[in-house]
Write a protein that binds this ligand. Structure first.
Ligand code: NAD
Length: 590
């Protein structure tokens, strides 16, 4: 019934997180209840944001609107940064400044590193994840600009514009050798129909081209997301396209995507454009294909080695157009990424919302609206179980029932983990680092799914066990409206709001328990809001039947009153749990 759990790779810092398309609601000091209402009141002016690279001044205007006043420190090397970041909440970079492990470890208050742009090669993401620092980028600010460069490269290639320009400047007026090809009516194959690929595809349609697109993640889609664009298998696209433009990320599965074999399978005389990432194309094979006529041209904004070595096989060729990785280099894009990162960082610091977090799982906005209350519930379940078990939890078995069965519940599981791990720590657990912290503590999370949620539309059931299963407890919960409820604790079916202070009693199942408890707590000025009682199974050697009680009380009664309750003759065990308290206003990672 249970499958694999969350893969490790994150680490610690509490808070709240949400991810959509890449949105994440995150608060650094996750503590019970911290996930849903983002009410923690940070004074914006007290936040320290460091801008380390040249960023459009428009970003400062945006920060000003949020009441945040960043400090600009350009050109800091690692030592200077280390000296600077001890009380910094956020760092913003472009591509120049390197945020190393040492920098991150020197910044105990740091919760977020923002990259104005896409690539985060200059940020030690593993170190950030371990430290529970969210790393976010601005993936959409460059989209149009980069797509326009791909189109520009295609036109340049089709009409030999770079060579024509060079020749005219050098006094050569040779129209004949500059006969190009028309785009209208030609087939453009777009590989990777993400943000940039879609704009390129739409522009291709606008130019009167037949546009095919391949994207394995859209393979099952019935229709293309771009009007006038036909989804195609990769082999077919390569076989029929006059122009092939790459718009995929460089990941293991795309490294060397345009291999010697694939180039050989392209339509003879085709032209190739790479404005995505170096490493996608076998550049030596392209040179050979140009020599043989298999390819008529190629255009590269990105290369496997940048800048290319002097003996790069594509340098100095008239049938190749090259630009020095300028896909994102337009005034508009630079302003846009600055605006995006300013909004993102401000919203993160003030509301706990992390757009475009790259080291946390993504949840679509619609899923998030549905899952929000369950995220809150799961965190409380984790916190409850961690407090209820007397030893460290080694296994959490979570089952998602009802409609939750078909949902992407990764973020809910993260909340469960974060809730369980936060107990006994002074902050420092969040959605980013919870899986890594769980691994470090030997806590396994197993997930299961069932369609039948019984009397409820949806239910989350969690069993937590200590090492070797010596001790284990179960809790099941659901959401009424948007409020979390525990509906089962071990064998006791109940309806209990998991919030505030809860006294858990294990006691003899004898008459008068509630009366005595109520009287004592009443005498001590402790108000009981709700009581749930149930029998427990009688253990071997026990003469009397046992029972368990959950008493929601208004406040922490303090150690003396707890001692008096514990001294009641029918009490076998007593615990005080705290659930769903507001997250602290601030807190350091350490
Ligand atoms: P994106 O994530 O929105 O889109 C990438 C698409 O590629 C996704 O739809 C994904 O499903 C698809 N994909 C993944 N593996 C694939 C495969 N094997 N075959 C086909 N499709 C596959 O990314 P984006 O913002 O559109 O960026 C695309 C590329 O452009 C990235 O490599 C990015 O780094 C690069 N980029 C370059 C510049 C530049 O300066 N030249 C600027 C910005 C982005």
């Amino acid at each position: 019934m249970f499958g694999g759990g969350l893969s490790p790779g994150s680490s610690e810092k509490p808070g709240r997180l949400v991810l959509a398309g890449r949105v994440a609601l995150y608060h650094r000091n996750t503590c019970p209840g911290g996930f849903v209402s983002s009410t923690h009141s940070v004074s914006p002016a007290s936040l320290r944001v460091l801008i380390c690279d040249d960023l459009s001044p428009k970003a400062l205007e945006i920060f000003g609107e949020y009441g945040i006043f960043p400090e600009i420190c350009l050109g800091l090397d690692e030592d200077a940064l280390v000296a600077k970041v001890h009380d910094v909440d956020a760092i913003i970079v472009r591509s120049a400044t390197r945020i190393t492990r040492r920098v991150i470890e020197s910044a105990p208050k740091l919760t977020v590193v923002g990259r104005a742009g896409v690539g985060v090669d200059n940020v030690d993401c593993a170190a950030a994840t371990e430290a529970g620092v969210v790393v976010m980028n601005t993936p959409t600010g460059n989209t149009t600009t980069t797509a326009e460069l791909a189109i520009a490269l295609m036109v340049s290639m089709a009409r030999h514009i770079p060579r024509a320009d060079r020749e005219v400047r050098s006094g050569v007026w040779n129209k004949k050798s500059l006969t190009g090809v028309q785009l209208t009516g030609k087939t453009l194959g777009v590989i990777g129909l993400g943000r940039i690929g879609r704009v390129v595809a739409a522009r291709g349609v606008g130019l009167g081209m037949n546009v095919l697109a391949f994207d394995p993640y859209l393979a099952a889609a019935e229709c293309s997301p771009v009007e006038g664009v036909e989804l195609s298998a990769l082999d077919h696209l390569l076989a029929v396209s006059d122009f092939v433009s790459l718009h995929v990320p460089l990941i293991d599965s795309t490294r060397g995507l345009i291999s010697r074999e694939r180039i050989a399978s392209m339509k003879p005389g085709a032209r190739l454009i790479n404005a995505a990432r170096g490493g996608l194309v076998d550049e030596a094979a392209v040179a050979e294909a140009l020599d043989s006529g298999q390819l008529a041209g190629a255009a590269f904004d990105v290369l496997s080695e940048e800048p290319p070595p002097a003996d790069h096989p594509l340098l100095g060729r008239d049938d190749v157009v090259m630009t020095p990785h300028i896909g994102a280099s337009s005034t508009e894009a630079q302003v846009q990424v600055a605006l995006d990162i300013a909004h993102q960082i401000a919203r993160f610091l003030l509301e706990g919302r992390a757009d475009n977090a790259i080291n946390a799982p993504a949840v679509s906005a619609s899923d998030l609206a549905f899952l929000g209350p369950y995220i809150n519930l799961a965190e409380r379940m984790g916190s409850y179980l961690a407090q209820r078990l007397t030893g460290p939890i080694r296994k959490l078995e979570v089952t998602y029932l009802g409609e939750l069965e078909a949902r992407d519940t990764r973020v809910v599981s993260l909340a469960l983990l974060a809730g369980a791990l936060a107990h006994g720590r002074d902050g420092g657990v969040n959605f980013v680092n919870a899986p890594a912290l769980a691994e470090e503590r030997g806590l396994r999370l197993l997930e299961g799914r069932e369609s039948d949620a019984g009397a409820f539309q949806n239910q989350i059931k969690v069993r937590a066990s200590t090492k070797g299963g010596v001790e284990s407890h179960l809790v099941a919960g659901t959401v009424f409206g948007s409020r979390p409820r525990f509906v089962r604790i071990d064998e006791l079916h109940l309806d209990f709001p998991p919030e505030g202070h809860i006294l858990v009693t294990e006691h003899d199942d004898v008459p008068g328990v509630v009366g005595h408890l109520g009287t004592l707590l009443g005498e001590c000025g402790v108000n009981i809001r709700r009581i749930e009682l149930g029998k427990t199974s009688t253990a071997a050697g026990e003469s009397k039947a046992g029972a368990v009680g959950f008493l929601a009380i208004d406040a922490d009664p303090g150690p003396e009153i707890l001692e008096r309750v514990r001294a009641l003759k029918f009490i076998r065990k007593l615990g005080l749990l705290r659930l769903g308290e507001a997250a602290p206003v601030s807190g350091n990672r350490s």
